[in-house]
Design a protein around this ligand. Structure first.
Ligand code: GLA
Length: 394
């Protein structure tokens, strides 16, 4: 039997037992949800080499790198023309991609890049269609560690090739993602593979089969609380599809962007941690406020997201604007997030059996950084409007 196992720096093609032994000894790619920063949410098409270098410097000096934010991901608009051999070039905003990768690596960080299975990206720059192996090799030569692969212009191709046949269209889509998966494997470089097809065709059911480490489950996020929570709450029920090495991705963080309030930023960060979502910040680091820094770098919240059990949380209770989500954590602990999405503050009583708990439990209020001692059934808390109370209980 021939099987393929994705390993750090190697492709294992051998007998099942041999591969399994080798895999056990290797560090799994994206064993916990990937953490880092991506250029799109703040810079959109304006991102330059200098922005990436400045971001890398700031990830180090703010302590974000040491808190876990290690991927620096260039989103759309870095692409230039192909040369005579068809090799993709970066455009004038990115004069030397290899030098940039070397710089990012010298800071103890990793570099991510972006492309599309179609002929062009969403911002109409060159995509990878017909150049998959060549592009994967170029990325590996540059030292790329993460690829976001965005469906975009492949959609019209699917429709053209299989008119009025949705099943055939989605088959073409899966094949296109598998093609890049195979191209990445051929490079023998550990490149995190991030699918972006907005959750079509219940992507969580099939994405691991095309080697994806994370997959977008929704359309694009925006820096406003209603959109963020619409996306986040729509993740209910997807927990069973997440596991070490393969994560649901409700899109990148907007913490610190737009006009989000302190409570809204905390609720956003909390929900993403409860979802074991990739924590890919998207803010402008040179202008990061102390409040945004504290929220993005709260070690206890990050620990919930990165918990070694690798289990995504889910909603266990909903009444009007109040929702309670729980996430199992290693060591028999549980994170409990009490959200108030409404416009006025709300008093909430915890019913421990809704949370799968009974008797008295030891609780810590995570954002308040305060041990609450033992709490029992009927424990009450007041949750401000558009905000959260986050507990870890045991
Ligand atoms: C799509 C993706 C975004 C971003 C843009 C870039 O909209 O969903 O995250 O990558 O394309 O053009």
């Amino acid at each position: 039997m021939r099987i393929k196992v994705r390993l750090i720096g190697t492709v294992c093609i051998a007998l099942l037992e041999v591969c399994a032994a080798a895999a056990a000894g290797a560090q799994k790619l994206a064993a916990t949800p990937p953490m880092g920063w991506n250029s799109w949410n703040f810079f959109n098409g304006r991102v330059t080499d200098k922005d990436i270098r400045d971001t890398a410097d700031l990830l180090v000096s703010t302590g974000m790198r040491d808190a876990g934010y290690v991927y620096v991901n260039i989103d759309d608009t870095w692409e230039g023309e192909r040369d005579a051999q068809g090799r993709i070039q970066s455009n004038s905003k990115f004069p030397d991609m290899k030098a940039l990768a070397d710089y990012v690596h010298s800071k103890g960080l990793k570099l991510g890049i972006y492309s599309s299975p179609g002929p062009t990206t969403c911002a109409r720059f060159a995509g990878s269609l017909g150049h998959e192996e060549q592009d994967a090799k170029t990325y590996a030569d540059w030292g790329i560690d993460f690829l976001k692969y965005d469906l975009c212009s492949y959609i019209p191709i699917m429709r053209q090739e299989a008119p009025n046949d949705e099943a055939a269209q989605t088959k073409l889509m899966r094949e296109a993602y598998e093609k890049m998966h195979q191209a990445l494997l051929k490079t023998h470089r550990p490149i995190v593979y991030s699918l972006c097809e907005y959750g079509w065709d219940s992507v969580w059911r099939w994405d691991p089969t095309v080697g994806a480490n994370l997959w977008r489950t929704t359309g694009d996020i925006q820096p406003n609380f209603d959109r963020i929570m619409l996306i986040g709450r729509a993740q209910a029920g997807l927990a069973k599809y997440a596991a070490p090495g393969q994560w649901n991705d409700p899109d990148m963080l907007e913490v610190g962007n737009g006009k989000l309030t302190h409570g809204e930023n905390e609720a956003h960060m909390t929900l993403w941690a409860m979802l074991a979502a990739p924590l890919i910040a998207g803010n402008n680091l040179p202008q990061m406020t102390p409040d945004t820094t504290a929220i993005l770098m709260n070690k206890d919240v990050i620990a919930i997201d990165q918990d070694t059990l690798g289990r995504q949380g889910d909603r266990v209770y909903a009444e009007g604007p109040v929702e309670i989500w729980t996430k199992p954590l290693a060591g028999g602990r549980k994170a409990v997030a009490i959200f108030n999405f409404g416009e006025t503050e709300s008093e909430v009583s915890l019913h421990l059996k809704d949370l799968g708990l009974s008797g008295q439990v030891k609780a810590r209020d995570v954002w308040a950084a305060k041990d609450l001692g033992e709490i029992g059934d009927g424990w009450k808390t007041t949750v401000p409007n558009r905000a959260v109370v986050l507990l870890v209980v045991q």
